[in-house]
Write a protein that binds this ligand. Sequence first.
Ligand SMILES: CC(C)(COP(=O)(O)OP(=O)(O)OC[C@H]1O[C@@H](n2cnc3c(N)ncnc32)[C@H](O)[C@@H]1OP(=O)(O)O)[C@@H](O)C(=O)NCCC(=O)NCCS
Length: 266
Amino acid sequence: MSQLIKELPWDSNHFKVKIGRYLPTTIADPDQEKSFRQEFFAGKFDCVYAMLDASDVHSREAAARNQFFLGDIRMSYALTKKDWFPKEPQRRQGTIPAEIRFLNPDNAEQVAQVKVLSRDLSVVSRFHFDERFRPYVADMYEIWAGNFIKPKTPTDLPVKTVIALKNGWVAGFIGNKIVEEEKDGQKVRHGEVVLVATHSDFRGQGFGRAMSEKSIDWCFEQGAEFVTVDTQGNNYQASRLYESVGFRLQDMKLIYHVWKQYGFNK
Ligand SMILES: CC(C)(COP(=O)(O)OP(=O)(O)OC[C@H]1O[C@@H](n2cnc3c(N)ncnc32)[C@H](O)[C@@H]1OP(=O)(O)O)[C@@H](O)C(=O)NCCC(=O)NCCS
């Protein structure tokens, strides 16, 4: 029998309960549902994340019947190089009251400001909406941001954080990284936009758009063939921002937290 659940040691350690991820994107039929349940209890998991195809009827039925906790609808966007044609008059860089530039990872003060912003960003995540995770989520985002800016395990692949500086303060940031995959024996690169935030005092003034433009330019300069970004289904500002710079929706997944107390035990 193939393994359906993978343990997530980092998450387990951070949230202090045993966490795993259900690997398939559907619960295709009653047999698979039974196997999921068996592995869940055999592995003594407290919580398993399941990212399920929104269009699959049996998955939705299994999730509802077993009372899985719906944490998020993940919207996955992509922008291909051929569709990246920012027209000069529409560009925000240079037209907004902030300086858009790359973060210097050795600038301790600016790194600290990015970390504060990343804590604020945590409120839009599925971990914040699930009260069992909520006490740990701001710390998790701060750790992510810190690790992102200065990776603990050095990587050869480029990583870059774009910031919006307003009167010397970091008013927004976007984390970008390059990922490489083997495709038909060739290494193919794409960019991933992973953390995006504008300080609440400065939203709606074009900072997000200007930072996005610089981020996308950078990804394509690094040889990316396309750039991806994910956001939450209820995050309309983020969706509109991404669509306004050219990203297009590729996929939607229902993300469930399958808790021992509330899920299969019911
Ligand atoms: C999403 C976010 C980064 C947008 O940043 P921003 O600096 O306000 O964005 P901009 O001012 O550049 O706006 C860009 C586009 O976003 C959309 N937008 C911005 N504010 C909006 C609002 N209040 N309501 C609806 N759409 C909005 C608009 O389409 C806008 O394009 P336009 O200026 O051509 O109309 C910001 O709202 C934020 O930090 N939110 C909290 C954290 C977050 O959700 N991060 C994304 C997680 S994936």
